[in-house]
Design a protein around this ligand. Structure first.
Ligand code: ZN
Ligand code: ZN
Length: 292
């Protein structure tokens, strides 16, 4: 079934403008602007989306001081993916009914829908959407998270003005427009590509896959079959060759005593069965984290 809904015109125009800005940035290249954009890509994508929104706020994969939680949450707002209440609620719903009717973004409703169609449809979920609130009882008790969810665009505006003051328009085009569009698609690929292509290590009852190139673009979020099999685990890349920069950052912060009580994949978790494979390396890996 392909889901088509009325277009949310304002979101669509906003997205189109950001894409035009991203293309325009290519004509204003400078190495300084490039490296500033790369750094901000990591700040928003890894610290913000990977660590804060996903592995901490959605799945509670580790503990950290409140000030650190709030700081990385602000980094998350720089991804232009909405505030934590919206993001976390949508993602918890995705885990609850993955690839089943009602999943906010499943490729079973069409690949384009899962990638960006769902964001731009009239059905698109917003911060104030009543239907989302039951998914975030924890965040609703937190005044900061409610406040930043309402004003999630403010840090982005402050950053944009800062970049304009420091490096002029080339810095804004690279650090805001191109960087944001690139990161949006990287995140969206986790919803679209890793539910369509790649390999399955665990026999989860959904279409989640491990897909290396999405993992590289998204700091490790592409090991998505591992993640759906072990949602609470703060570590997504389970083998040494499954590069997971978000996990390396979590380890680094734990050495600095900023992160503790890290959840890891449950060994021999009975619910999860390995997928049959001829590869001895895969058999050993899957067996270590699967049910008997
Ligand atoms: Zn998923
Ligand atoms: Zn998740």
């Amino acid at each position: 079934m392909v889901r088509t809904q009325k277009l949310n015109t304002s979101t669509a125009i906003f997205m189109a403008l950001f894409h035009v800005g991203a293309v325009a940035a290519l004509f204003m290249f400078s190495w300084k602007a490039f490296f500033v954009a790369l750094f901000l890509y990591w700040v928003a994508g890894s610290l913000g989306i990977g660590l804060a929104y996903h592995r901490l706020l959605t799945h509670r994969g580790f503990k950290c001081p409140k000030w650190f939680e709030y700081f990385i949450t602000v980094c998350g707002t720089l991804a232009l993916e909405g505030g934590p209440v919206f993001w976390v609620a949508v993602h918890r719903k995705h885990h609850q009914i993955t690839d089943k009717p009602g999943d906010p973004h499943s490729p079973r409703d069409g690949g384009f829908w899962a990638h960006m169609g769902w964001i731009m449809s009239g059905e698109s979920l917003h911060n104030k959407s009543e239907g989302l609130l039951p998914y975030v009882p924890d965040l609703r008790k937190d005044k900061f998270h409610m406040w930043i969810s309402k004003y999630h665009y403010v840090p982005m505006i402050v950053l944009g003005l800062g970049l304009l003051a420091i490096g002029g328009w080339p810095m804004v085009m690279w650090g805001i427009f191109l960087r944001t569009v690139f990161l949006l698609h990287s995140t969206w690929f986790v919803n679209s590509a890793t539910h369509m292509w790649g390999s399955k290590r665990f026999a989860t009852d959904d279409d989640s896959r491990n897909l290396w190139w999405v993992a590289y673009l998204s700091f490790g979020e592409g090991w998505h079959n591992n993640h759906h099999a072990h949602p609470q685990s703060a570590r997504h890349g389970l083998a040494w060759y499954e590069v997971d920069l978000n996990w390396y950052a979590i380890k680094l912060f734990s050495w600095l005593r900023l992160i503790w009580d890290i959840k890891l994949p449950k060994l021999r978790s009975a619910r999860i069965q390995p997928v049959a494979t001829d590869s001895p390396r895969e058999q050993a890996l899957a067996a270590a984290y699967s049910g008997d």
